[in-house]
Design a protein around this ligand. Structure first.
Ligand code: TYD
Length: 137
């Protein structure tokens, strides 16, 4: 996987004077079948979440409320993507290192995952990750 395999997905947006509505359907609006959803909230100022890659799991990350940055790395290149729209998801395939930082007060990160939780699917050693990609640490 390379950094350009991660990309923003513009989710459907139904504008309405009564309030806007967005949605996504498994395998239609996002490129995988949804097996799990989790969310990150009440992040204290200055904290980071993530800091790993997955062997199999693919994810879409949405800032449902507030904003935060997602830093992605493919072992060669790094890119920072700010999420601050509830209709914009960042697709992060397996094999891409990522962490989230710079959470605004009361921000809410929704993460939709292609796999059930499995501790063995995590790669948490960044040096090992970079070496396994053929990059240099
Ligand atoms: P972790 O994925 O390490 O958090 P992050 O990468 O966002 O900083 O998960 C933190 C803890 O929560 C860890 O002990 C595993 C547990 N967990 C589950 O039990 N199920 C899940 O779906 C997730 C995402 C985490």
């Amino acid at each position: 996987m390379r950094i350009n395999d991660a990309h923003i997905i513009n989710l459907p947006k139904i504008l309405d004077n009564r309030g806007n509505l967005s949605y996504f359907e498994s395998e239609k609006d996002i490129p995988f079948e949804i097996k799990r959803v989790y969310w990150i909230y009440d992040v204290p100022g200055g904290e980071q979440r993530g800091g790993h890659s997955y062997k199999k799991n693919k994810e879409m990350i949405i800032a449902l409320s507030g904003s935060f940055d997602v830093v992605i790395n493919d072992g060669f290149e790094e890119k920072k993507i700010t999420l601050n729209r509830s209709y914009s998801g960042l697709y992060v395939p397996n094999g891409i290192w990522r962490h989230m930082e710079n959470f605004s007060t009361n921000s809410l990160a929704l993460i939709v995952a292609s796999e059930n939780y499995e501790a063995a699917d995590y790669e948490r050693d960044s040096a090992h990750f970079v070496l396994s990609k053929g990059g240099r640490k």
